[in-house]
Design a protein around this ligand. Structure first.
Ligand code: HEM
Length: 239
């Protein structure tokens, strides 16, 4: 009997694990860094520079982000193409959740690829052509110029929503599959908690995105402190 790739126990577990650590963890940190744009250009660029100053950054990016992301995405797409979506046959809530998990996963495959080419490498013709890697001092203006284009902003808002849902429901699937949440009631309340988390992450991410085109994002300007630090002249780009 042929063994389907999705039933390979070890790969499945590794797929779930890479979704939580390091990718889930990265998303929390990434939204925190992006939220620094609420206080303007200087705090955001300082945060980006601090990331660029991390020793062995390339090593961390390759083993902590790019490899887990590639494995998680490619294996996720394989699982999705093998899965039989039966939302139209059985219209139960959990079938819809199951369907959305796969649909957001496939969308994110393209969104994250676009996003990394766009900001990290500056390789999308017609959009930004300056890599933020090595150019922290230009990062706020690069993101701000991109987000002033309406379709780019809408695309990012959809991307943030897809990531927030995919991650939050991913936590629930992980906890159920690894036997952390067992009882039916416990699973029900955990699902409510994950839904709240998804909306919370979405709100934080959208607010960060808006901060690049409006000071303090969705909040009144009085709630943000405009940095008094003076921006130093940009040095030569390093890679
Ligand atoms: C508010 C919306 C977002 C903004 C402003 C933003 C900004 C950025 C910037 C400026 C970079 C380049 C960092 C650098 O080269 O130093 C980056 C990289 C990245 N972003 Fe985002 N991002 C957003 C949403 C997302 C979402 C929804 C995801 C999905 C998980 C994501 C995943 C990534 C990944 C994987 C990288 C590559 C990390 C690396 O090269 O080390 N971002 N982002």
């Amino acid at each position: 009997m042929a063994i389907k790739v999705s039933s390979t126990f070890l790969l499945r577990k590794l797929h779930q694990l890479t979704g939580i650590v390091p990718l889930g963890l990265f998303f929390f940190v990434h939204m925190f860094t992006n939220s620094k744009a609420m206080n303007g250009e200087v705090p955001f660029e300082k945060a980006v520079q601090e990331i660029h100053d991390i020793p062995f950054l390339l090593f961390l990016e390759i083993f902590g982000i790019f490899l887990p992301l590639t494995f998680h995405s490619v294996y996720g797409v394989i699982i999705s193409t093998e899965a039989r979506a039966n939302v139209f046959t059985y219209n139960y809530g959990r079938n819809w959740f199951y369907f959305f998990q796969r649909a957001t996963g496939i969308f994110l495959f393209f969104f994250i690829f676009f996003h990394i080419l766009n900001f990290r490498f500056g390789l999308i013709p017609g959009l930004n052509m300056t890599p933020i890697a090595g150019n922290a001092g230009l990062s706020y203006n690069i993101v701000s110029a991109e987000f002033s284009i309406p379709w780019v902003m809408v695309f990012y808002i959809v991307g943030i929503g897809a990531t927030a849902w995919h991650l939050a429901y991913g936590f629930w699937l992980f906890a159920v599959d690894w036997g952390i949440i067992i009882g039916e009631n416990a699973q029900k309340y955990a699902l409510y908690a994950c839904t709240v988390l998804a909306f919370g992450l979405f709100a934080v991410g959208v607010n960060a995105a808006i901060s690049f085109v409006r000071p303090c994002g969705l909040f009144p300007a009085a709630l943000c402190e405009k940095s008094s630090a003076v921006k130093k002249a940009d040095g030569p780009a390093k890679f």
